[in-house]
Design a binder for this molecule. Structure first.
Ligand code: ADP
Ligand code: ZN
Length: 724
């Protein structure tokens, strides 16, 4: 009898209940990370091999020993392991960090075409033609086609058919040429004109040298917008590419603009892969193969590009490291930054986190010396835009428009006359469910948390999503004590566009937000138009605040500069400050001096003040005080546990039971009811404490117990946002 092997594998289904190794037998050795087809509970499913050892003794003896019936692996699906040893370790690290199931971590690593659950996805094949060595008689026209193949090999069958529609098929029939099926490959990047690199400024030079000469693994490159960080990334990348090592350049979802891609691709003669969520499954798979086959030398991509199968990374860049799009909000709720740092260590390469407004977590780590802090103090053009604050309460009292104040309108008019461009930002990401008093313009805050409460229309209550406090809408305003008359705060970009067109009928306006960018490439089209100066005003949501570099933009208007402060989340200040700084950074990046107008309700708020003075350090100190007083991260760690259930009683019961069973030196906050979504009742429990390991271990153990492993419980370790 053939030699038999025992195979331990993970079953493709991402529920906790089966997150364990199952044993099968195989008559060949199967390497870790290979996919196999097996029978599980009478269903044909895919498994991922974890371990494989030669079987000593008979199968029957082994079955007796294990007390189970051993089934045979039905088919080995991959010639070589899909998950390399490095990615396997990364998945295990992710599992531990995020308390997710093993298979969900494997899924996160792989593009949809090869994901465990997607056997329905077909790999797209293409037909190619080659000459055969068979001798056949050909007509003159067929001979011409034959010679065409000879000259153009390797040639796609479809291309031959285009050139010789009547001969292609006959040549194959006669056996003069042969068809070959190959997996469809991504087209090679076309390089535009080679843009020369800039000689670095002395400040850039110093920063680059500091990074190059240090042995440290992780760097935080802190430099105001327009200080030349990207230029440094590119020059560091160039050096690694010369050494034939690969470069991974990670960018936030919204800053992967055509401008950014052009900037990278035009610089290098190297092969570039681009990887982001806008690609369809086939396109993603093609880019994945380019990396796997070692064709791509540099990859520019968003979050999931961090999992591409690199062979030899020489540099990892995480641009705008504070950006929320680096955190995955579904399971496994990993942070791309953590994954990047992990891979950097594996490849012994440097990881550079770059930002004008680093996350508090990263900056605090840098100050502690865990990241190597490198600072760029000045803009390339040495002038920051000048910033004007418009207190909206005063403007409204004077009867000015609450959308476009007189100050902003006047400056807009000036730009239109001078044929300069401007950007108007309206940060309304759906957080308009606040109540603002019509008399004093104050927003209703949680009595316990000092965070804005969100208005729940259905039961006319105000709820705090952080501590769970719920109150009825007050009859008198808590701030000015007048009889209540509230309006829901917030208006959208559509209304802003209307107002702008009414006020400036001749201005050419482009709007960019979730509604105007649903079509593929609409993003690119809008930005291209603006770049070509086919519009005077670009207005939109936070989509337009980041990364754009247009020299003719000399005015940025921020319509509702502090609305973000009223979010129901402890990170409201951080994200608002980031947005204000980023948006301001779009103005005056070239020769013309830039101006920024920020309209606000709270001109004295430290976030607004620090943004006006473009002072990150001061913001950091103030915000760290707030975090310290409230014992929020980075002074503590948090884990958010969300229980989902179709039955409200059960959702409550599970939550209470978790709450009671968790014991330790940490705070348990909850049960906090969240909004019902898609008929699922949702409850949240927050764990907050100084010892993340303790919380993680306790929760991990609990989730493995029979009571909980069948339940729909979502875990988010170090959540980025706590909005329902
Ligand atoms: P950041 O990434 O910090 O926002 P960039 O690298 O985009 O900064 O640089 C800002 C602008 O200055 C860009 O338009 C860039 O082309 C230009 N720039 C960067 N470095 C130099 C340099 N050494 N000399 C001249 N221009 C530069
Ligand atoms: Zn509260």
């Amino acid at each position: 009898m053939n030699k038999q092997y025992l195979v331990g594998l993970w079953i493709e289904h991402p529920v906790r209940a089966i997150d364990q190794l199952y044993t099968y037998t195989a008559n060949q050795y199967v390497a870790q990370g290979t996919r196999v087809r097996v029978n599980f509970n009478r269903r044909d499913v895919i498994g991922f091999v974890e371990e494989c050892v030669a079987l000593e003794g008979s199968i029957e003896a082994k079955e007796k020993e294990l007390g189970v019936e051993l089934k045979q692996v039905l088919e080995v699906l991959d010639e070589e392991p899909l998950i390399t040893p490095e990615l396997h370790d990364l998945a295990m690290y992710m599992k531990e960090m995020t308390l997710s199931t093993t298979i969900s971590c494997f899924q996160a690593l792989l593009p949809a075409k090869v994901k465990p659950t997607s056997s329905k996805h077909q790999i797209v094949k293409e037909a190619w033609v080659i000459l055969s060595d068979k001798e056949v008689d050909l007509t003159p026209k067929q001979l011409e086609a034959y010679l065409y193949v000879k000259e153009h090999m390797p040639l796609k069958y479809s291309d031959l058919r285009k050139a010789f529609p009547n001969q292609a098929h006959v040549l194959i029939e006669k056996g003069a040429i042969q068809k070959e099926e190959k997996e469809k490959e991504a087209s090679r990047t076309v390089h535009e004109a080679h843009i020369d690199k800039f000689p670095l400024t002395p400040l850039q030079e110093a920063a680059m040298k500091e990074i190059e000469e240090s042995e440290d693994a992780v760097y935080l490159l802190h430099g105001v917008t327009g200080s030349g960080k990207t230029e440094i990334y590119l020059q560091l990348a160039e050096k690694e590419l010369e050494k034939k090592r690969q470069v991974l350049f990670l960018v936030p979802e919204i800053s992967l603009t055509p401008q950014m891609i052009a900037r990278v691709s035009s610089r290098f003669g190297s092969e570039l892969a681009i990887y982001h969520s806008g690609l369809n499954a086939q396109e993603k798979y093609e880019q994945y193969r380019k990396v796997k086959n070692g064709i791509a030398e540099i990859v520019v991509g968003t979050r999931s590009a961090v999992f591409l199968p690199f062979h030899d990374l020489g540099l990892i860049i995480v641009d705008e490291e504070q950006d929320g799009s680096y955190k995955q909000d579904t399971q496994p709720a990993y942070h791309c930054r953590d994954m990047a740092i992990y891979r950097g260590k594996y490849h012994h390469c440097k990881t550079i986190l770059g930002s004008a407004t680093p996350s508090l977590d990263s900056y605090a780590r840098a100050l502690k010396g865990r990241y190597h802090l490198v600072t760029l103090k000045e803009r390339i053009n040495e002038t920051l835009p000048s910033i004007t604050l418009v207190p909206l309460k005063d403007a409204i009292k004077k009867g000015e428009s609450y959308i476009l104040s007189d100050t902003l309108s006047k400056k807009m008019e000036e730009r239109l006359e001078k044929h300069q461009q401007m950007i108007l930002l309206l940060n309304r990401r759906g957080y308009h469910s606040l109540l603002r008093c019509n008399h004093c313009q104050e927003v209703i805050h949680c009595p316990h948390c000092d965070l804005a409460m969100s208005y729940h229309k259905s039961d006319k209550t105000m709820k705090c999503h952080t501590c769970g406090t719920s109150i009825l809408v007050p009859k008198i305003c808590p701030s000015c004590k007048q009889r209540a008359s509230f309006s829901t705060a917030g208006f959208g970009t559509e209304k802003l566009e209307q107002e702008v067109s009414k006020r400036f009928p001749h201005a050419r306006v482009l709007r960019m937000d979730a509604d105007t960018t649903t079509k593929k490439n609409s993003h690119e089209t809008i930005l291209k138009k603006f770049e070509n100066q086919e519009a005077d005003i670009l207005l939109g949501t936070q989509m337009i605040a980041k990364g754009l570099d247009y020299p003719n933009v000399t005015l940025v208007g921020i319509i509702n500069g502090d609305e973000g402060l009223n979010r129901t989340d402890y990170r409201s200040c951080e994200t608002t400050f980031d947005l204000l700084m980023q948006a301001s950074g779009r103005s005056g990046r070239a020769k013309e001096e830039g101006e920024v107008v920020i309209q606000v309700f709270e001109p004295d708020h430290y976030v607004v003040e620090c943004a006006k003075n473009q002072n990150y350090q001061r913001f950091f100190e103030q915000e760290m005080k707030f975090r310290h007083d409230g014992q929020y991260p980075p002074y503590t760690y948090m884990i958010s546990i969300t229980i989902q259930n179709r039955n409200q009683h059960e959702a409550d019961a599970i939550a209470l039971s978790i709450l009671h069973q968790l014991e330790g030196d940490y705070k348990k906050i909850g049960v906090i009811p969240l909004l019902k979504i898609r008929d699922l009742y949702r409850n949240r429990i927050l764990l907050k404490g100084k010892n993340l390991e303790e919380m993680r271990t306790a929760l991990g153990k609990l989730l493995e117990t029979n009571t909980f492993k069948q339940k729909d419980i979502r875990i988010d370790v170090n959540p980025m946002g706590l909005d329902g």
